[in-house]
Design a protein. Structure first.
Length: 701
């Protein structure tokens, strides 16, 4: 078998066509789960081995370092590790490499420093303070500047576009000042790496020619996620017939980061003579999952049609369940996970729960903990570990116990009060010298006027704030949290989603004892990290790209949540929400659950919810529809309720046992009491068996 035949033998006909195609630009429309990475890696190997291109002359761009490393590993396996494939990487890493060699042409030194997000934010905050602009707006300013750079709008261009008054005029001045400061310090931010690379090639045709000669072929992964600057860079670097772009317009979900779906939709117009090859065989999901997700995405007008199919069979119907509240939704999800786990086919790592916005995670985390199901929050942090939640809980703990120095250190300048490092150092010294808590040390310093007048006023304000919260009467933890949020004005300093997280925290504290609630918030972290390698994955829909799980739940299928309320009156935004839903559904391999609720707490109040409009696109015969919102006490999945005993048992979940007839097995669960104690055992050859210990004749291994 020839080298070329070896490279092609594991490819389906469409993948093979994409690998072999040369002579004109190529767009590979790779449907979800259709093996796009295989096409890219095999095409790279084909160009290097059969077309005899130097591996170092094939520019290959991806969007994440993880994807880049995976691609390198596969290519090394195909063509050998002794080859130079250093031009495989992210847009930013490729541009950094080019600019390190060529940036002097733009007036920078090539020893420039790259600022990360924190560095960028700190500089913007400093400039806002300098211009006497409300410093808490820095996140929005950072986002706007990033958006302008992604659109190749320079400070001068934006300044010329403003009308001379309003916020845009202030923003333009900040942008000019920010970019001047970066250049003065010989610093680039992430967006500069792309924007300055484009500028370099547009202003220096000879340099562009040099890189045309260097790169004989250009391969692009996740092409649907390119923004204007990245697309412009690719057009500059690619010659007439040496580009292959691989992507899926149905999975373009990063418009908020600047991604422009028009780039993939207009590829044939922008690259005349381009060939288009569709990869429609799916290797991940069952046909029912593909039919449901395909029917939903088909309602988007601006797309390139694809009909995904699989050899995996029809599979189980997709499940949809409509419940009363988000707590019932979360308990339902947890009970289904427990039931499927107990059947022995799936481990916890095989489950994923997806949601549109982070605050949905709180109820799900609580339900999973109640069922003793291990979980981890992917692409983010646990609800109770979020900074805004920990800050408010720290206030609560200081109110409960003024000797809590850790909590005081956390919130004395949160939100900012201008209590400086010298003052804090003096407080620490006084506390140590007199063996006082920090709170009492502050009071002692104020009593003797031991600090400057400006610091004294700020410390007095802080002590008065805490004592005022302490002096009030509270009927529940929620009442105390409301008072803390109201008196501290904390939400004025955070964004909309973080404010919603705080409202979600308050809602979860309704009717709860203050001390018990504080303890619960402290103890959740132990469960979060336990057995992380075999845990249910929780994540937002935006975090799911490139992942797959045997069992997937998509929660919050309600108008206003999915699709998100901000998108309801905008066709483009609504189409993106539909693509987001599609991406979530196509992560599922075997089983897909869709859930929603009749009532949900959104932005401080309980709201009546309507089922998501996307559900009307689902073919009825592909889905099992269940409604549990009619009863005030809906029944969850038909799972036998397990009684958890405090007394030690001979058998525990996870231990190995031996049965005289069925051989060795693993205990999945224990329940019951005394002589009626029972175990659920998974025997590899016969499946799950429920056994009464009195009669089972089990032997512990």
């Amino acid at each position: 078998m020839s080298k070329e035949e070896i490279l092609l033998k594991d490819l389906n006909p469409q993948q093979r066509d994409a690998v072999l195609h040369t002579g004109s630009p190529l767009l590979v429309l790779a449907g979800a789960g259709s093996g796009k990475t295989r096409v890219i890696t095999h095409k790279f190997a084909h160009l290097a081995k059969s077309k005899r291109l130097s591996p170092n002359s094939i520019l290959t761009v991806t969007f994440t370092n993880k994807a880049s490393e995976e691609m390198k590993g596969r290519i090394y396996h195909l063509i050998g590790k002794d080859t130079d494939i250093s031009w495989i990487g992210t847009f930013h890493s490729q541009c950094n490499r080019i600019l390190r060699k060529e940036i002097k042409a733009l007036g920078y030194n090539n020893n420039f420093v790259i600022y990360d997000d924190d560095d960028q934010s700190n500089l913007i905050r400093h400039i806002l303070k300098e211009f006497k602009i409300y410093e808490a707006m820095y996140r929005g300013v950072v986002s706007r500047i990033s958006s302008m750079k992604s659109s190749l709008v320079s400070p001068g261009s934006f300044l010329s576009q403003t009308n001379g008054f309003g916020f845009d005029e202030k923003l333009a001045k900040v942008y000019v000042r920010y970019q001047d400061e970066l250049k003065r310090c010989n610093v680039l931010d992430f967006d500069d790496l792309i924007m300055l690379s484009v500028k370099l090639f547009e202003e220096n045709p000879a340099l562009l020619g040099k890189y045309h000669d260097m790169f004989k072929y250009v391969l692009v992964d996740e092409f649907q996620d390119t923004n204007y600057a990245q697309y412009r860079l690719l057009k500059l670097l690619a010659a007439e017939d040496n580009i292959c772009a691989v992507g899926d317009d149905d999975q373009s979900i990063y418009k908020f980061r600047g991604a422009d779906i028009a780039n993939i939709l207009n590829f044939e117009k922008d690259f005349p003579g381009a060939a288009v090859i569709k990869l429609e065989q799916n290797y991940r999901s069952t046909q029912n999952i593909l039919d449901v997700s395909g029917a939903v995405i088909a309602s988007n007008a601006m797309r390139k049609p694809k009909k995904l199919w699989t050899e995996r069979g029809q599979g189980e119907k997709v499940n949809h369940c409509w419940l009363n509240t988000e707590e019932e939704e979360a308990k339902h999800i947890a009970s289904v996970i427990k039931e499927l786990y107990l059947k022995g086919k799936y481990n916890y790592k095989d489950f994923a729960v997806l949601y549109r916005v982070n605050f949905q995670a709180r109820a799900i985390e609580d339900a999973l903990r109640e069922e003793l199901i291990s979980y981890r929050v992917m692409g983010g942090i646990s609800f109770y570990q979020r900074k805004e939640i920990k800050d408010i809980i720290a206030y609560m703990r200081l109110v409960i116990n003024s000797d809590d120095n850790v909590s005081l250190r956390r919130i004395i300048n949160c939100p900012p009060r201008g209590i400086g490092a010298a003052t804090l150092s003096k407080i620490e010294h006084e506390a140590k010298k007199k063996s006082l808590s920090l709170f009492n040390a502050i009071k002692a310093i104020l009593k003797v006027n031991g600090v400057a007048v400006s610091a004294r006023d700020k410390l007095n304000g802080f002590i008065h704030l805490i004592e005022k919260i302490v002096s009030a009467d509270y009927s529940s933890a929620a009442d105390m949290l409301k008072e803390i949020v109201d008196k501290t004005k904390y939400v004025d300093f955070i964004g909309e989603e973080k404010a919603q997280n705080i409202h979600e925290l308050i809602a979860s504290a309704e009717g709860k004892d203050i001390n018990e609630f504080s303890d619960r918030a402290a103890l959740v972290t132990a469960m979060d990290s336990r057995n992380a390698e075999n845990s249910v994955s929780l994540m937002t829909l935006h975090s799911t790209k490139g992942l797959e799980f045997p069992v997937v739940f998509v929660g919050g299928l309600e108008d206003g949540l999915l699709p998100y309320f901000k998108a309801l009156n905008n066709k483009e935004e609504l189409s993106e929400e539909r693509r987001l839903f599609y991406v979530g559904m196509t992560r599922a391999k075997d089983i897909l659950w869709l859930t929603g609720t009749k009532k949900r707490r959104l932005y401080t109040k309980m709201q009546e919810q309507e089922p998501s409009r996307f559900l009307s696109d689902i073919p009825p015969h592909c889905c099992q529809w269940t409604e549990k919102s009619a009863s005030p006490q809906p029944v969850a999945m038909p799972v036998k309720r397990i009684v958890k005993l405090s007394a030690p048992r001979l058998y525990v979940a996870g231990c190995r046992v031996k049965h005289p007839k069925w051989g060795q097995g693993v205990v999945r669960e224990c329940y019951g009491d005394g002589d009626e104690q029972k175990v659920m055992v998974n025997f590899p050859n016969v499946g799950i068996k429920r056994l009464c210990l009195r009669f089972a004749n089990l032997e512990k291994i």
